[in-house]
Design a protein around this ligand. Structure first.
Ligand SMILES: *Cc1c(COP(=O)(O)O)cnc(C)c1O
Length: 458
């Protein structure tokens, strides 16, 4: 039994002097490290010099750092964080009542900034390092639009130009995301586009394609390497992104320790793995060191099931096959989720850190069809008041199932989940759910085989 140190408030906000001053690098605690990036030509691990034309130097150092468990956050980034952090850790009393469960449910809410998600935590860091290096221009891709929005805000804050390749179908489903990014000064191009060679090639082969994240990444990388003073930045998957997102897990752990709360299970949605990796980071280090016995559960869409049905293999990070090879759970860089999928989390691969932890048995994974996810989203909105992002609703659905298990067994477990963002820009998806028009498509083994056929076969 842990002693209750103070009366626990409904929402826990840290005081300024309690906020984390360093990020947490879970790789330092991992007994076996994720595999390094592999050069597709030489099949040797990539060295720093090979990554520098694409990424900023400080980020490359963070990417390759598997030894320092804590990496201090520069003051300039801490000042930016003050604009939107701390984020609240909320006890979901209303939801517990609605679900009639003995479980105690907590969520860490990252949607309290204009971009509407946790992605600003890494955008704030990445643009700072780009500026520090004297870069004047960044390129990126955005799928659902949250990353592009976050990066637009960060680029406006530090004064750096930004070109965003937005997956065409998302641009059409969420036109106001584009307007938001433009308001913060970004140049938004729907992908595939005729501004790059890879975009032209994909358009020639698939003129009607709605685009994909993998394709938008290829376009953004091509533009970055062809432009002066420009680098490419990515909002998920990479080790340095998970490092920046650890601010979420650290704040949560400090808040929980302060009030003597110990989670039994932590649930997060998993697209590229950055919010999950960030939320669990310090808890996972303790688990690896035998200091807790928390269960970690990753939730993904049944229509893009990289952990639950993918292969743990070396693969490219993008459709154009321009990145280094990454050992990860993947559906193949040629995989495209079915066009009716509205719930985000559509990347073909998964963070190498999350992939390794999953492969080593530290993380469980589950998938849900989107109609079940939106039903959970609706119930959550009606009981807790916050309209969740469809991505976040995967974690909500996962937490519901844990809470309902407690109802059956009568156990009062403590469940923590990551509420990564708000769904204000996802009205067309909510509309199709509300009108009963949302359909589910689960890829067949044959569908998945087409993606696996694009694996580089190492
Ligand atoms: C991008 C995003 C995700 C998924 O990305 P991860 O890297 O897996 O965290 C989840 N929720 C929201 C709100 C997002 O914007």
């Amino acid at each position: 039994m842990v002693l209750k140190m103070q009366q626990e408030p409904y929402k826990i906000y840290l005081e300024e002097n309690e906020m984390p001053k360093s990020w947490h690098n879970v790789r330092a605690a991992m007994k076996e490290k994720p595999e390094p990036f592999i050069h597709p030509g030489t099949r040797q691990p990539c060295v720093k010099a090979e990554l520098l034309p694409v990424f900023c130097e400080d980020l490359v150092d963070q990417e390759l750092n598997v030894t320092d468990e804590y990496i201090s956050i520069p003051d300039e980034i801490l000042s930016f964080y003050k604009m939107f952090r701390p984020s609240p850790l909320v006890r979901a009393y209303c939801l517990e009542k609605e679900l009639d469960t003995p479980a105690k449910i907590y969520y860490k809410f990252e949607g309290n900034n204009t971009s509407g998600s946790h992605k600003l935590n890494s955008a704030a860091a990445q643009v700072y390092y780009a500026k520090k290096q004297g870069l004047t221009h960044l390129t990126t891709e955005t799928g659902a639009g949250q990353w592009g929005s976050a990066l637009s805000m960060a680029c406006a804050y530090y004064g750096v130009d930004l070109t965003v390749y937005m997956v065409k179908i998302s641009g059409e489903q969420k036109p106001y995301r584009k307007v938001l990014m433009q308001t913060y000064g970004a140049n938004v191009i729907l992908s595939p586009s005729d501004t790059t060679d890879v975009g032209k090639k994909i358009l020639a082969e698939h003129p009607d394609t709605g685009g994909s994240l993998g394709c938008a990444i290829s376009e953004a990388i091509e533009t970055a390497v062809k432009s002066q003073n420009c680098r490419y930045v990515l909002g998920s998957v990479l080790n340095h992104v998970l490092l920046h997102q650890s601010v979420v897990g650290l704040e949560t752990k400090i808040a929980m320790d302060k009030y003597g709360i110990a989670p039994d299970v932590i649930v997060g949605c998993a697209g590229g793995g950055s919010n999950l990796g960030g939320l669990i980071s310090p808890f996972m280090a303790d688990k690896i060191n035998g200091k807790n016995n928390i269960r970690f559960v990753a939730i993904e869409p049944a229509s893009c099931p990289s952990l639950t049905r993918g292969k743990y293999a070396l693969d490219f990070g993008d459709t154009g096959q321009t990145t280094p090879l990454i050992k990860m759970y993947t559906l193949g860089s040629g995989f495209l989720p079915s066009p009716n999928h509205a719930g985000g989390l559509r990347y073909h691969g998964m963070s190498p850190i999350i992939s390794k932890l999953y492969d080593d048995g530290y993380i469980e994974a589950k998938s849900y069809v989107q109609s079940d996810v939106f039903e959970a989203a609706q119930k959550f909105a009606r009981s807790e008041g916050i309209l969740p992002a469809p991505e976040s609703a995967h974690a909500i659905k996962g937490a519901f199932d844990e809470a309902l298990k407690c109802k059956e067994t009568g156990e009062a477990k403590t469940i923590l989940f990551g509420l990564t963002g708000t769904g204000y820009f996802d009205m067309s998806a909510y509309q199709s759910f509300n009108e009963g028009k949302m359909s589910d498509y689960v890829p067949t083994d044959e569908d998945l085989q087409k993606g696996f056929d694009t694996l580089p076969g190492c």
